[in-house]
Design a protein around this ligand. Structure first.
Ligand SMILES: [Mg+2]
Length: 171
């Protein structure tokens, strides 16, 4: 059988950018992280303040060696891609620039625009998604994919959750 393709989320799996975005959002006055409208307002704000994305992405740290593991996987010519949500075009530009020029990652990057689900951009068809969003994983599995929730805080991997990408090096 053909080797499965693996899709990896960026924010909150490869980089700790999710956390940094929440901190910046809070700092500019959008304090309620449960209110969808506050996210919309913050992303609108970032359209006029590009430095937000520079701070969030360029300063982010690799989570549990994810960047280093991806560099190894790309050397092994594994079929891996990044599947990442973007909110603005500038965010998209910074992500490409940072991954290619600062992190040594050269696998394909697939962007998911606002209002679209990951499983709509890539049809799951038995392929693997690793994502820290339970919602994304549910959508992926319900549409015929194999999904693992990434959670850096768990002690050990189980059938549904992984704490690091290193299991991909063993497969
Ligand atoms: Mg994420």
């Amino acid at each position: 059988m053909d080797e499965k393709s693996i899709y990896i989320d960026l924010d909150g799996v490869i980089l700790d950018s999710e956390q940094r975005m929440l901190e910046r959002k809070f700092d500019v006055g959008f304090h309620d992280h449960k209110d969808e409208k506050q996210y919309d307002a913050y992303f609108e704000y970032t359209n006029m303040h590009h430095e937000e994305w520079d701070y969030i992405i360029r300063g982010a740290k690799s989570i549990n060696n994810s960047v280093e593991i991806i560099r190894e996987l790309q050397q092994l010519k594994k079929r891996i891609s990044i599947l990442t949500k973007v909110h603005t075009l500038y965010e998209m530009k910074v992500k490409v620039d940072d991954l290619r020029n600062n992190r040594g990652i050269n696998i394909p990057i697939i962007f998911v625009p606002p209002g679209v689900k990951k499983h709509q951009v890539v049809v799951p068809n038995g392929e693997i998604l690793i994502d820290d969003s339970i919602k994304n994983i549910k959508g992926w599995i319900n549409n015929g994919g194999i999904g693992y929730v990434f959670d850096e805080s768990i002690l050990e991997n189980d059938k549904a959750k992984v704490k690091s990408l290193d299991f991909l090096l063993k497969g």
